[in-house]
Design a protein. Structure first.
Length: 388
């Protein structure tokens, strides 16, 4: 079983799909692993080599021979052309943002697994790249906020006077939001949070933050995700947010609703009501942003408020994000390997395999991508592809 790992080539992508730990395990499973030199932010070449990988300056031959190609981001058309038909490709495909790449990979005969499609079932928790990357993104969002905030997060009582603690408001208390709350608390901020799912309240309070919310009959939809609010509910939520935000210094927004663009929770007028020097970090930037003024991958300054629309937060903590992503990938691959022949033999009827398989034998096969396959309308999820 031959595995190839090319260096990531997309802008702002510093992660890599393997770690020394996972290379060692893959080699132990009978794989030969070839990695392009310099893959990953801090060069891990020596550690990856010590773990049993072959490091090469030219990944072309390895791509052509590989049974499996492991990546973080979807490959370029040039990369796809170099991979042999029938090989397995595992990466974050983001087919809704870029349908052409999946179509090209399918036409090239690749067996494509989209890691962001891992079903959120208990058995697949250790493979869940959305959670592992959202967790780190939530942490990093607070670190970015602190770096752009020209005041202090904790309270200081000094002989020269008292410095007030920052007030931090987190909108959306899912995986990223809960980690943002925990991080802001650790830095000493006074933290509050909101969500449309009432169940999130207990988790918010268990982290020492205040839960502010509008009472919704059923804020939670299938699979534990939020549902879209009615216009009346949106107006109630806007009234709550506009009152609360005036007193806040740091705002971290993470709100997403599957199948829709990110809900707009912070208007221009709300930004203008905030204190000068306040910072908003919008983790929903890639799905259109929770703030009306967010621009993806830019820092917008408006009325003395900084609005950070970074879409590469996990990549800004690349070594740990890579380590977790690599472990997710290893946990996904392990059950696909036949222990006797030490070759890849997926059980095509397995729920996780079926849920993650996007293309096989020249066709796009995932039910949610029927439109790309030329059948039915596609459901467009608003997800952080970072995992992206
Ligand atoms: N393996 C698993 O079973 C698994 C893994 C991860 C997460 N989950 C659960 O899935 C759920 C969603 O987590 P996620 O982080 O992927 O969510 P997500 O990224 O889809 O959304 C982030 C948060 O935004 C909230 N939100 C949506 N609209 C909002 C609005 N108008 N105002 C305020 N908040 C709004 C959502 O309720 C959610 O908490 C959670 O209950 C989480 O615990 C389960």
């Amino acid at each position: 079983m031959k595995i190839a790992v090319p260096k990531e080539r997309r802008a702002r992508e510093a992660r890599v799909a393997v770690s020394p730990e996972t290379v060692k395990k893959l080699v132990g499973m009978g794989a030969s692993v070839t990695i392009e030199a310099g893959a990953g932010a801090s060069t891990l070449d020596a550690a990856l080599e010590a773990a049993g990988a072959t490091i090469t300056a030219d990944i072309g031959a390895a791509l052509g021979a590989a049974d499996a190609v492991l990546k973080v981001q979807r490959p370029s058309a040039e990369e796809i052309a170099r991979i042999k038909p029938g090989a397995m490709l595992c990466c974050i495909m983001a087919p809704h943002a870029d349908p052409e790449t999946l179509k090209t990979a399918a036409a090239a005969g690749l067996t494509v697994f989209g890691m962001e499609f891992i079903p959120r079932i208990t058995r697949a928790q250790s493979m869940d790249v959305l959670s592992s990357q959202a967790n780190l993104a939530g942490y990093r969002a607070v670190i970015e906020a602190a770096a752009h905030y020209t005041r202090s997060f904790p309270m200081f009582m000094t002989a020269a006077g008292t410095v007030q603690a920052a007030r931090c408001f987190v909108l959306g208390a899912g995986v990223a939001g809960l980690q943002a709350i925990a991080t802001a608390r650790r830095l000493g901020a006074v933290v509050s949070a909101t969500d449309v799912r009432k169940a999130a309240g207990e988790q918010v309070e268990s982290l020492g933050a205040k839960f502010v919310f509008i009472d919704l009959p059923e804020g939670e939809a299938a699979g534990g995700y939020a549902r879209a609010l009615t216009l009346e509910e949106q107006a109630k939520q806007a009234a709550l947010v506009s009152q609360h935000i005036k007193t806040q210094d740091i705002v971290i927004t993470t709100a997403l609703v599957p199948g829709r663009p990110a809900p707009k929770l912070i208007t221009r007028a709300m930004v203008e009501s905030m204190k000068p020097g306040s910072v908003i970090v919008d983790l929903a930037a890639e799905a259109g942003g929770n703030c009306e003024l967010t621009k993806a991958d830019e820092i917008v300054k408006h009325a003395n408020v900084s609005i950070l629309g970074f879409t590469d937060l996990p990549s800004r903590i690349a070594v740990d994000a890579s380590a977790l992503y690599a472990r997710n990938l290893l946990n996904f691959l392990q059950p696909l390997v036949d222990k006797e022949t030490k070759s890849l033999k997926p059980n095509w009827d397995d729920e996780i395999v079926k849920g993650t398989l996007l293309a096989r034998d020249g066709k796009i096969v995932h039910p949610a991508l029927a439109q790309l396959a030329g059948d039915e309308p596609t459901i467009v999820p608003a997800r952080r592809s970072s995992a992206s």
